[in-house]
Design a protein around this ligand. Structure first.
Ligand code: CP3
Length: 347
């Protein structure tokens, strides 16, 4: 669905908790391996190569918008791109997910990180933003994004994905000063990086704190919240900020306190209960289980209906999954989901 008035797109209106003719919907990882078009490009290019080629990145960003009929585009990039100029050796190893070859494990390692200017080092991202905006012709808004300081730190410290975040937790317990120095550095870099995406044309931004759910509320408050708050406080005013995390249903109030115009929630919590706890004076994004897209279109429609019922037609709901699209997802099911959201929420 399209709406050409620049600031009046249903997605942007919902971020501001204004009434919309239907509930806007987009999907995290809407550009990715579940799509034939992406797999074909990926067969010929490495992942980092695609991210650094602004023409291809723009093409990958726009393709799902046209295929799926979603209400927003999300830039094709990755949260870990910001870590590469720190000099830690980022690699997307075949089948293993991302790897950081020189992980940060001590205060000395933190001090050895290269400070850099995100405006200079990540210009390919802003080129992709500009090219995407040209290609979208303002039919739908473009969302820029970055990792939150905690999720970025977890990759830097663990050296990749993790199950128990042992090294991360060890660092904040054993060397809290080094931890806070690292988080301050990441918060400053992230705010600058997002502001450059905004200057290039991104009309909203999402901050991914995907792994914050491994924390206790007390540790979140002490070691993470001040830095996410500083990141969000450093962003260009007037551009909606979506603050997303997973597994954090037990401390939603703290996420809210860190900031964001929209709070993204996963499927482990009922949308109405989450909204109640957050307060209705903030917008909410979510929260279909990505696994539900492996069910039949009839079942998908039923799940969509349930989430819309829990949102209760209140302004300020953006429909999304609770986390990214799984690579095994049939594209027809995604299209069925988007259609169901638009049809069932039309008012
Ligand atoms: O949402 C979109 O369509 C935009 C693109 C996007 C990617 N990564 C592309 C990608 C976004 C928003 C991200 C965010 C991201 N990256 C997060 C936060 C969201 C989340 O999923 O929790 C995280 C933790 C990462 C780090 C990352 N990048 C991992 C763990 C992996 C490997 C696992 C996986 O899901 O593939 C990546 C690689 C990656 N990022 C791919 C894509 C399309 C797959 C790369 C490939 O083609 O092999």
């Amino acid at each position: 669905m399209t709406n050409t008035k620049s600031n009046n797109h249903p997605f942007l209106a919902a971020c501001r908790r204004e009434k919309t003719p239907y509930t806007p919907v987009w999907l995290m990882r809407q550009a990715g391996r579940y799509m034939k078009e992406y797999r074909e490009l990926r067969a010929r290019h490495g992942f980092l190569e695609l991210c650094k080629n602004s023409d291809l990145a723009a093409e990958i960003t726009v393709t799902p918008v046209e295929r799926l009929g979603v209400d927003a585009a999300i830039l094709f990039a990755d949260i870990l791109l910001l870590l590469e100029p720190l000099g830690v050796g980022l690699e997307y190893a075949k089948g293993d997910g991302p790897v950081i070859h020189q992980p940060v494990r001590s205060g000395k390692d933190v001090d050895g990180l290269k400070d850099f200017d995100p405006e200079k080092e990540l210009s390919f991202v802003y080129d992709a933003v500009k090219k995407t905006c040209q290609a979208l012709k303002n039919k739908v808004p473009l969302i820029g994004f970055a990792g939150a300081p905690f999720t970025l730190a977890s990759y830097l410290i663990e050296g990749g994905g993790s199950r128990h975040y042992i090294h991360t937790k060890k660092l904040y317990y054993a060397a809290p000063q080094a931890w806070h120095r690292l988080m301050e550095l990441l918060a400053a870099l992230t705010a600058k990086y997002l502001n450059c995406q905004i200057a290039a044309g991104a009309q909203a931004v999402q901050i991914f704190d995907s792994w914050a759910g491994c924390l206790t509320p007390v540790d979140y408050e002490q070691f993470v919240l001040p830095h996410t708050r500083a990141t969000i406080a450093g962003l260009t005013p007037g551009v909606p900020v979506i603050h997303f995390s997973t597994g954090t249903g037990g401390f939603l109030k703290l996420l809210r306190a860190a900031g964001g115009d929209v709070i993204g929630v996963d499927w482990r919590v009922h949308l109405d209960e989450a909204w109640e706890r957050l307060g209705h004076d903030v917008a909410i994004q979510g929260n279909l289980d990505p696994g539900a897209l492996l069910a039949s279109p009839r079942d998908i429609r039923r799940r969509v209906e349930e989430i819309l019922r829990r949102a209760g037609g209140r302004p300020g709901h953006i429909f999304n999954l609770g986390h990214g699209v799984l690579p095994e997802t049939p594209v027809e099911n995604v299209i069925a989901m988007v259609e169901a959201v638009h049809e069932l929420s039309a008012r």
